[in-house]
Design a protein. Structure first.
Length: 99
């Protein structure tokens, strides 16, 4: 999916990500990049590492929101001038499987 979006927006092919359970990174894809006469979508996928967080600045004059996992009720206001930095938590969780 990320590769198809990257090609569509002229960013070239993106290799399929390979991750292990120990990787200290997050992968992201912009769900609905909005391109119009006055807006662009130059960043549609990528990765967040301890050395390179994702930093976003809102240009929405009003009613801008930022949320994760499709849960709009957990949103934060993200209006013009607000900067969001998405990084990795200091501590990782562990997957526990029932036996």
């Amino acid at each position: 999916m990320a590769s198809a979006l990257a090609v569509r927006y002229g960013l070239g092919p993106v290799p399929q990500p390979r991750m292990t359970w120990d990787d200290r990174k997050l992968l992201f894809v912009v769900r609905e990049p909005f391109v119009s006469k006055s807006s662009q979508a130059s960043l549609v996928c990528g990765e967040v590492t301890p050395q390179s967080p994702l930093v976003l600045e809102s240009e929405m004059a009003q009613r801008g929101l930022i949320f994760s996992d499709g849960i709009e009720a957990d949103s934060l206001d993200f209006n013009a001038g607000v900067i969001a930095t998405i990084g990795l938590a200091e501590h990782a969780t562990r997957l526990v499987r029932p036996t």
